[in-house]
Ligand binder design. Sequence first.
Ligand SMILES: Cc1cc2nc3c(=O)[nH]c(=O)nc-3n(C[C@H](O)[C@H](O)[C@H](O)COP(=O)(O)OP(=O)(O)OC[C@H]3O[C@@H](n4cnc5c(N)ncnc54)[C@H](O)[C@@H]3O)c2cc1C
Length: 438
Amino acid sequence: MAPPPWSSAPSRLLPNLSLNSKQTVAAAAAASSSPAGGQGRRPLRYAVLGAGFAGLSVAWYLLKVILLLPSSSSLPFVVSSSLIQFRHEYEFSVTAAKLLWRGAEFWKESMDLLRSAEEANGTAGSDTTSQDDNLIWRRGIVRPPTSEKAADILLENAQSCLESCSLQVLDSGAAQRLIPGLCVPFDFAVYMPLALNINPKKYLQALFSACQNLADEAYSLSSEQKELKLYKQHVGNLHQLAGDYDSVIICLGAKARSLPELANKLPLRTCRGVITEFQLPSDTVEEYGNQSPSILSDAWMAFQGPRTVSIGSTWQWKSENYSSTVSDEEALTAKDELLPKASGVYPGISKWDFVHARAGIRAMPPLTTNGSLPLLGCLDEMVGKKSNCNFWLVGGLGARGLLYHGLVGKLTAKAAISCDENVIPSEFTSWKMIKPSQ
Ligand SMILES: Cc1cc2nc3c(=O)[nH]c(=O)nc-3n(C[C@H](O)[C@H](O)[C@H](O)COP(=O)(O)OP(=O)(O)OC[C@H]3O[C@@H](n4cnc5c(N)ncnc54)[C@H](O)[C@@H]3O)c2cc1C
């Protein structure tokens, strides 16, 4: 069956968009379903702007929900994709040392997405891939407290931990058996056996493949048109998209603030972070244990293998420097800040050599009584609706994008499909009452 004219013409879907030199990424999940008795009506179309954690999670859940919609034979179905480039290059960890509001749900949804990405990558349950190729490092994480206050909080959290993500209190001997050379200033450490680190670039590529697989599955299950496309294009404003989509879901991270329709309207603060990578010199015989957990302390150390570790991260509030490149001077400052924190719990780090540093911007949401929650919800009022298109936001994932992205993607996909903001718990939408700081 021939595809409809719009499926083969990206410029029709994202009109007047120019490729900019920085090559930012916009993911458009154009998913269709025929409305009841929909003969003659065009399919529903959803645009997801941004192909980071949030955007791909929304795309995944849009496809998941659409897969469950009753099929109609009146529309053809096409899947296509184009080049992907992701700018994430950090190590990301999911830890649960602190019990968060709806923590169990956040944890479950992000684990589901990680599993789907692993399946699409063909590495689910596999321990055989080389450490460098890993999507996920399931080493667990050990957290030795470095202050009395941190020790009290950790012990309290260990008692109220989630069944699905347990915390074990280890005495110093047990902690040092797991990580030889670990310093345990308060004679105990908390071990999070299920905590993990991911390679974000590989994870996002795998999650995009998982989305494509879902779209293929939808095609094989019905003859209805359902399509997923990915465009590598810069989105300059929202109104240019309005005519072509039923919903536009904005998942642009800290860059959401640079859309003219949202400028000075989102209560987000920016915070630049630098991550440094170190390696053991080739003539050092003693390696980091292959099964030893990573370490979380005043700095975190994510070990990717016996001779490579990423150490993060710095916190530079109000930075407007979005570049992932780190100057020699910035790298030196970051090393001076991170190394003393790392060597406080793992003195052996002094034998490792600095290799390079990378950086990025976190979009930090305001602190509420439930913690720092992502900003979700319908933006029609804020954007000033001039068409039938609904605008949605998934933003402010702060420093917990990996933990948050599954649930926020799921809730937003459901809200966009049902055109009902009430699907989203009010705790995520109450930011609209906050006056943004300039
Ligand atoms: C140094 C550092 C360390 C971190 N460590 C952790 C950690 O250990 N654990 C954790 O969970 N989180 C961590 N985070 C936070 C995590 O990176 C974010 O929460 C997460 O990336 C947010 O995802 P997002 O999809 O909302 O935004 P982003 O990841 O910023 O994705 C937005 C996407 O939109 C694209 N885009 C932007 N503007 C446009 C435009 N105009 N047109 C088209 N495309 C556009 C971008 O290119 C990008 O692909 C860290 C962040 C930093 C900076």
